[in-house]
Structures are given as C-alpha cells and as structure tokens.
Design a protein around this ligand. Structure first.
Ligand code: ASP
Length: 440
C-alpha cells in the first residue's frame, strides 16, 4: 500500500479509537492516552532530532550549489518575493472572509458574553511562553543570536538560518583542499540526514495514528460547537488559499498539474496535519519535493528550510482572522487603518513564529496588544486551536512546497512534476543506488 494511503488510514483509525477513548481510560492498568502520547512524541522527537543538522547542512550546501553571486541574488530575491506575496494573499483572503462572515457577531450582538472567556484563560500566557518571537525587535534579535549552540538548543531557527547563509556564502568561494573537504563533508552530512529521514518516514503511519488518537481523545469534537462560525471562517479561508489560489499559481505560472503536486506532497501534508509542526515535518517535506515532485536538490535545499521557518501562509491567515474575530467578539469597531495594521503585523509576525504547535498564539497576543485588547482574550479561541493548528500547519507546508515548485520552474527545471509519482520515486531510488555504487 502506498505511504500516503497508509497514513490516511492511520489517521482514520486514530480518530476512531481516540473518539472511544476517554482521557482516563486504561488498558491493563496503563493509561491509554499516555501510551498515545509516548508513541506520538517518539515519532516527533525522531523527526525533530534531524532538524538542526538538516537545516544547517541543507542551507549551506544549497548556497554552495546555487553558485555564483548573480544566481544567488536572483534566487534570493525571487524566494523572498514569492514567500511574502503568497503570505499577503493568504492574509487578505482571511481578512475578506472574516469581514464578510463576521463570526464574532451573533444576531447583531458581539459574541463575547455568548462565548464566555475560556476557563483556561489564566494558564494561557504560561502555556505559550517561549513559543517564538514576541515583537519585531525580538525577531531582529533572533536573527543574530549571540550563541549559536543556545539558538539551536532553543529551536530559534532564524538565527541558525542567517548563520548558515553566511557560512555557505563564504564556503562557496573557499579555495584549496580545506574548502573542498569542508564542502564535501557538509554534503555528506546532508545525504546521511536524508537517509535517516527515509528510515523515520517508514514509521509515519504509526506516529500519525498516535498523534491523532491523542488529539481526539483530548479535544473531542464537542469543543468546536460554540465557536463553529469562527472555525468555519478559518477553514473556508484556508481552503480558498490552498485549493484555489495556490493551485492556480501552479497551473498558470508553473505550467504543471496541481493535482499531481498534491499527490507528491501527500505524506508531508498528512504529517504536518497530524503533528502541527512545520519544523518536525521539514525532513518529509524535503523528501517529497525532491523525490516525488522532482525538484532539484539545488533549489529545494535552499528554499525549503527557509520556508519552513519564515513562510507560513496558514499561520499568517489564522493570525489575522483570529485577531479580528476577537475584536468583533469584544464589540470593537475596526477602522480601515486598524485592519491595515493587523495585516502588516500578521505578515511580519508570521516570519518570527516558531514552527511548533500552537506557536501562532504568541503572535496573536502581539496583534491584540497592538489594537488595545488584553492578551488574555486569546482564551476565546483556545478550545479550537489544536484542530485549526493542524489545518494551518498543513497549509504552511503546502505553501512552501508550491513556492519551491514555482521557483524550480522559473529556473527552467523541466523535470518538475513531469512524471507520475511512482516513476519519479523509482528514478530517485535508481539515482541514489548509482551514487552509492560510485562511492563504494
Ligand atoms: N504550528 C504551526 C507550524 O508549525 C505554527 C502555528 O501557526 O502555530 O507551522
């Protein structure tokens, strides 16, 4: 059975089992939920373990591979342009729908009393502490970490990326055997990381089963009801961005079939959905984009690690919808200027949001503070956060992969999405075999 079918079945099984499992259910005296948590976190840890070496070596070898200064400048400008403009479109789609559907106003009244602030409100701030950049100055600070090891240990990827970009930039032109050895060594680490990723990928169905079962056991489906309109608004906006706007880009600019691209990305998308973490999904994203979509290593290893950290379409959209929903629920009148500020803040903070579950909540508190609402107001949306987090993370990954395809196409990569997934994978496996034979 194909991997994404296995993952899909595992998700269904996880949801089914999670629905009949209570938070306190036990099996042979052992908590079932604790079992799901253990298996889920082993899977996520295994993926996260790869992230630091993978991001650093991918970016450095990506920089070396991109070649001369002109190439690099062109790729850099195109990447930033695509990332920023697609995120902006996502936010504008959210803005339009939240103004149209006004989920925070029910029967002409602000929904504040109807919703009641979540009982968990007191814990909210403690819960989200350390989940990413608080404000713009913090984002800037993270870009130049005083201590690289500490940045890596704390998952502050922005600093690592800046360092890796600089390192790659200079390693590119380092002459002599020292430069050559170092380039080969970094390339070797990267190759090994990809092979370990492939090993972990085999366990994806089991990991995904446990993650979904734990989430459904904890959240249940009842939680969604009081926030149904908000929930639907976010889903609708994410859907429009992911299934209308982005496919149109692949079709019109990339001149390839969006359906073929969804097939290629399925394992990564399902893992993003189950794990709610772009960082943990990155190894799979790279694997799908290279081996299943046929994007060159040169392009993908430069664009994807950057995207997993700074390009979050789903998150940016969610921040905007959530902030405006809360303002509506509080009965606040949002002027054009205020909405404009929300859009800009959502765009900028989505860059600094960490690629881990629930990280948007920090950014939303920043936006709330900017429009004069108490940070605790995010208590309103906590109940639905996990499920929406799963959806927006999948959209984040989808956005990264689409931009990578567009970039590859604009660089003249003909092979991208040109063959069925199976054939593409078979070719990649063949190339890997030849590589190993040559090495040995
Ligand atoms: N969970 C998201 C991600 O990892 C970030 C967020 O929106 O909370 O991409």
């Amino acid at each position: 059975m194909k991997l994404h079918h296995q993952i899909f079945l595992a998700m269904l099984a996880g949801a089914g089992i999670g629905a009949i499992t209570g938070e306190h259910s036990t099996l042979f005296g052992v908590s079932v939920l604790a079992g799901f948590d253990l298996v889920g976190s082993l899977f996520i840890n295994a993926l996260k373990m790869l992230v630091v070496p993978l991001i650093v070596t991918a970016i450095i070898s990506g920089m070396v591979g991109v070649g001369g200064g002109d190439n690099l400048g062109r790729m850099g400008v195109k990447t930033v342009f695509f990332y920023m403009s697609t995120s902006l479109v996502a936010i504008l789609i959210g803005l339009m729908l939240v103004n149209l559907l006004t989920p925070g106003i029910i029967d002409g009244e602000p929904a504040r009393n109807l919703l009641g602030l979540s009982a968990e409100t007191d814990n909210v701030l403690a819960k989200i502490e350390g989940r990413g950049a608080g404000d713009f100055t913090e984002i800037l600070r993270q870009m130049l970490p005083p201590n690289l090891i500490a940045a890596a240990a704390n998952g502050q990827m922005l600093g690592l990326i800046v360092f890796a970009l600089l390192f790659g930039f200079y390693l590119r032109t380092e002459k002599g055997s020292a430069g050559e050895t170092l380039r080969q060594m970094i390339d070797g680490i990267y190759q090994v990381m990809i092979r370990i990723t492939m090993l972990i990928i085999r366990f994806t169905p089991i990991g995904v089963f446990a993650l979904i079962a734990a989430t459904v056991t904890r959240t249940g489906m009842d939680a969604i009801e009081p926030l149904a309109w908000f929930f639907l608004t976010v889903l609708l906006a994410l859907f429009a961005h992911a299934f209308v706007f982005m496919p149109a880009l692949i079709l019109l600019l990339g001149k390839r079939s969006p359906i073929r691209h969804i097939q290629a990305m399925m394992p990564a998308l399902l893992t993003a959905f189950s794990s709610a973490s772009s960082a943990a999904t990155l190894p799979l994203t790279m694997e799908c984009v290279q081996d299943r979509a046929g994007v060159s290593r040169k392009t993908s290893s430069f664009v994807l690690p950057l995207g997993a950290t700074v390009n979050m379409d789903g998150t940016a959209l969610y921040e905007c919808v959530a902030a405006i929903f809360i303002a509506q629920a509080y009965g606040m009148d949002l002027s054009f200027g205020m909405q404009f500020m929300i859009v800009v803040t959502a765009l900028l903070t989505s860059i600094g949001v960490a690629s881990i579950p629930a990280a948007s909540l920090v950014a939303i508190t920043v936006i709330l503070a900017a429009i004069g609402l108490p940070a605790e107001a995010i208590g309103l949306i906590l109940v639905t956060d996990r499920i929406l987090d799963m959806c927006r993370t999948a959209v984040n990954i989808w956005g990264d992969s689409v931009v990578t395809v567009l970039l590859a196409r604009s660089e003249g990569e003909e092979q991208v999405l040109s063959l069925p997934v199976n054939e593409m994978e078979a070719r990649a496996a063949e190339a890997a075999r030849e590589h190993h034979q040559a090495v040995n």
